[in-house]
Ligand binder design. Structure first.
Ligand code: NDP
Ligand code: GDR
Length: 370
């Protein structure tokens, strides 16, 4: 039987990697996209072929997690064996600016999808496996380090509160209706396809723009926040693995290492041999270091409540799924810097020179770089 997957959020970072992975495994992949006034399918254009072509394995449907009727229609039409719920207003800082919409898409969106699946499964008797994109943001204010599946949640943003709601709805649908529903609790994962306003990509993109002379400074917020950063491609494999288990369960995916934003900055600029001068917000008015400052703190990027420290313990995923992250922190930073230099039309070889440690990791990401 053909395996058929339905992905919400297919145009996002993870959705695009997951679609690639599933297509390689022989799945027919269906994705829900939102209508926008400009094209928003950049991350999947390289794997899409016209649906009239008999070779087509990727199909797109207009829909939105805020529109339950359409979700039901798409489910009936596609008849998936697996559903991956990756769609979300996923920016934590933005969730403070747009809390209602964030909670509607992230929290209620998950419930709408679960309810549509429950109804579909009960009427047709066809089993549908469900993956919910939970987040390390649910741990929020530090209760325990490292954080694992049993660590209590203490969400610190509208986004994180909504993810906690989605998490518990997923658990409840599993227990109440015997739905095969899994929560991934994924720590930060990045890539050359990361949205430009998330801090890692903002930094690596700035590196390439500064090298190219198109930008002179980088404005950032909290440099002391610590994150457990992995490579997105490794993490989507973990999502798939969860749905191949005999029983539905919840899993943390993380590297087990944590680094500050400052360390990420130092490593990224270090790769291109650029010395960093910092300026804190207090020095702003004094006009100190005016022409030498590379990194400047702009309090606009602070969050009303911050998550100071995320460090995950992926022991359960390693033991049960056989999952392990393959890309280290230095490799991840280099991968992203390299990709952004190339995207800027620069040849990375003379720029990175001997500082380069990576070999061949970029090949699949290159398909996306234009
Ligand atoms: P992105 O922000 O890159 O992608 C989000 C996707 O959701 C996009 O395809 C976007 O569509 C879509 N989307 C946004 N709003 C809606 C809506 N109302 N209805 C349907 N689709 C919508 O996120 P990532 O790929 O990084 O993350 C994937 C999921 O995993 C998200 O749920 C995120 O919260 C979660 N997560 C991510 C982590 C990470 O480190 N990346 C860690 C833990 C969890 P469009 O392109 O049209 O905007
Ligand atoms: P995060 O990712 O909030 O962890 O959520 P983000 O990259 O936005 O922030 C990480 C940390 O960096 C600090 N920071 C800045 N952040 C941004 N975006 N821009 C800045 O200029 C800046 N300066 C410092 C932040 O304060 C924060 O501490 C991501 C998202 O993908 C979520 O959807 C996902 O659930 C979590 O990761 C796990």
């Amino acid at each position: 039987m053909t395996q058929r997957a339905l992905i919400t959020g297919i145009t996002g970072q993870d959705g695009s990697y997951l679609a690639e992975l599933l297509m390689k495994k022989g799945y027919e992949v269906h994705g829900i996209i939102r209508r926008a006034s400009t094209f928003n399918t950049d991350r999947i254009d390289h794997i899409y072929i016209d649906s009239h072509d008999p070779q087509a394995k990727l199909f797109l449907h207009y829909g939105d997690l805020t529109d339950g009727t359409t979700l039901r229609k798409i489910l009936e039409q596609v008849q998936p064996t697996e559903v991956y719920n990756l769609g979300a207003q996923s920016h934590v800082r933005v969730s403070f600016d747009a809390p209602e919409y964030t909670v509607d898409s992230v929290g209620m969106g998950t419930l709408r999808l679960l309810e549509a699946i429950r109804d579909y499964q009960q009427r047709t008797g066809i089993r549908v496996k469900f993956y919910q994109a939970g987040s390390s943001e649910m741990f929020g204010l530090v209760q325990e380090v490292p954080q694992k599946e049993t660590t209590p949640f203490y969400p610190r943003s509208p986004y994180a509160c909504a993810k906690v709601y989605g998490y518990w709805q997923t658990v409840n649908y599993r227990e109440a209706y015997n739905l095969f529903a899994c929560n991934g609790i994924l720590f930060n994962h990045e890539s050359p396809r990361r949205g430009e306003t998330f801090v890692t990509r903002k930094i690596t993109r700035a590196v390439s723009r500064i090298v190219a002379g198109k930008q002179s400074k980088l404005y950032l917020g909290n440099l002391d926040a610590k994150r457990d950063w992995g490579y997105a491609k490794d993490y989507v494999e973990g999502m798939w693995m969860m749905l191949q288990q005999p029983q539905a369960d919840d899993f943390v995916l993380a590297t087990g290492e944590t680094h500050t934003v400052r360390e990420f900055v130092e490593r990224a600029f270090g790769l291109v041999g650029m010395p960093i001068t910092w300026k804190g917000s207090g020095e702003q008015e004094q006009g100190l270091y005016k022409d030498q400052v590379l990194i400047e703190i702009d309090p606009r990027y602070y969050r009303p409540t911050e998550v100071d420290l995320l460090l995950g313990d992926p022991t359960k995923a390693k033991r049960v799924l056989g999952w392990a992250p393959k890309v280290s922190f230095p490799e991840l930073v280099e991968l992203m810097v390299l990709a952004d230099l190339e995207a800027m039309g620069l040849d990375p070889d003379p720029i990175l020179g001997e500082r380069r440690t990576l070999n061949g990791l970029l090949s699949e990401d290159r398909a996306f770089i234009r």
